[in-house]
Every structure is written in structure tokens, then in C-alpha cells.
Design a protein around this ligand. Structure first.
Ligand code: OFO
Length: 172
């Protein structure tokens, strides 16, 4: 059993992960509409990953006999209109998520909640991976010089990302 304070904090994080999912879904829709279907696919795969992060926390609360609370998810907000600005915003958002997970680790340590701290180690590693992926894409955009041809190639490359689940919503 975990403390009520920790259960509340995990529920807050579930909401933040779902907001992340919603944000990337909205960004993906904008990119697809602009013709960058590969970038749109990459972001839609990221949406799935964020939902996995959320549900992994929800399963943990269930295992700890704590209540899962699905709160309202805010409307996704982002300003980017170019691919570079968009990935810069993705990177900034991931840094926010990393800080949020680190804050949870601090709480787990303060409460000597070793079980939650153990779970959070997975998320800490995941954040290293996510920030690395975003930085690599930003670096690729810089190397390509933001050229139309370069972005075309990047769009193809990002479209190769494997979802692990179907993204074809025309079938049941
Ligand atoms: Fe993109 O991060 Fe979740 O945790």
C-alpha cells in the first residue's frame, strides 16, 4: 500500500502522461494536414507510447490497491508551425516531464517508498531515451540545414517508426 499523497501524485502524473499523448496526437494531426505524413506518424506512435506510460502508472496503482482517478485532460496547446519548432516544443515538453518524474522520485525517497522508487527508475530511463530521440531529430534538422529536400528525407525517415500497434483506423 502506498500513501495517499503518493497515490495523488501518481494520479497527477497519469494526467500529465495523457496530456502528453493528447499533445502529440494534435501535433501529429497538424503535421499530417501539412503533408508531412511521416512526421505525423512518428508523433502518433509517440501518442501510443505516452498512453502506455499512463496505463503503466494506472496498473501500478491498481496493484497497490490505490484508486485510479482519471481527471480532465486539458486542450493541447502548442505554437509551432515548422518541423524544427515543433520538435523543439516536443523536447521542451519532455524536459518538463523529466522534471515531473524526478519530483516523484524525491517524494518516494522522502517517504521511503521503495516500491514506487523502483517503478520510477523505469521512467527515468525512458526519459533519457525520449530526450535523446528528440535531440537527435533536432540535430538532424540542423545538419540538413532546414532545407525542403532535407525535410522531405527526414519526413520519410520518421515515417518508418514502428508503432507496434495498428495505426490503420480504417479497419476493425
Ligand atoms: Fe514522453 O514521456 Fe511519458 O513519461
Amino acid at each position: 500500500m502506498i500513501s495517499q499523497k503518493m497515490a495523488d501524485r501518481v494520479n497527477l502524473q497519469i494526467n500529465r502522461e495523457m496530456y502528453s499523448a493528447y499533445l502529440y496526437l494534435a501535433m501529429g494531426a497538424q503535421m499530417t494536414e501539412a503533408g508531412y505524413t511521416g512526421v505525423g506518424k512518428w508523433l502518433t506512435v509517440q501518442y501510443h507510447e505516452e498512453m502506455f506510460h499512463a496505463m503503466k502508472f494506472a496498473k501500478y496503482l491498481e496493484d497497490q490497491s490505490a484508486t485510479v482517478k482519471y481527471a480532465k485532460i486539458d486542450e493541447p496547446k502548442f505554437k509551432a508551425t515548422t518541423i524544427k519548432d515543433l520538435f523543439q516544443e516536443v523536447y521542451e515538453h519532455e524536459k518538463f516531464v523529466t522534471a515531473s518524474i524526478r519530483e516523484m522520485v524525491e517524494l518516494a525517497r522522502a517517504e521511503k517508498d521503495y516500491a514506487t522508487e523502483g517503478l520510477l527508475a523505469w521512467y527515468i530511463d525512458e526519459q533519457v531515451e525520449e530526450e535523446k530521440n528528440d535531440l537527435e531529430i533536432l540535430q538532424a534538422i540542423d545538419l540538413l540545414g532546414n532545407s525542403a529536400q532535407g525535410l522531405f528525407m527526414l519526413n520519410i525517415e520518421l515515417g518508418k517508426r514502428d508503432a507496434g500497434v495498428t495505426l490503420d483506423f480504417t479497419k476493425i
